[in-house]
Design a binder for this molecule. Sequence first.
Ligand code: ZN
Length: 183
Amino acid sequence: MEELNTIATLLKALHFAANKHRDQRRKDIEASPYINHPIEVAEVLARVGGVTDLVTLQGAVLHDTLEDTKTTPEELEAAFGPEVRRVVEEVTDDKRLPKAERKRLQIEHAPHLSARAKQIKLADKISNVRGVTQAPPADWPLERRQEYLNWTEQVVAGCRGCNAALEDFYDRVLAEGRRVLQR
Ligand code: ZN
């Protein structure tokens, strides 16, 4: 019964996120459905990171809903409770700030995040490094892709110490990305 509730709760988060992101596409050439990204983040947490904590997995599925859709924190709390709301808020940038400032703050804030939020950040950066390596936005020159990889390394530096398997996997994905983009 407990397991059934867990699965149902995770599926509810997936359904919610899929609905919220339904009109969005990733910036790669093929314009992949946006929801592929949060699904990948949750999948990496579970499979690579061995994460079974339901709040973390729901948070992963929902991690871009506040930042990239019209979802409100109150809506998340009503549907998924205060812990899920909190972890999604932790990984959400302040959209009122300019892009460069937001990127700087991600580096600055990372060490102060909860263990749940750090793991979601790590898996998010893994997904993004893979994306920028294999299926980058059409208008990104090589140098911008390389700079992006360097920036994720700085954010991840503040997320270390919470999940060795995820951290090792990030290091491998980053090294592979650098190898591919060196050419
Ligand atoms: Zn993301």
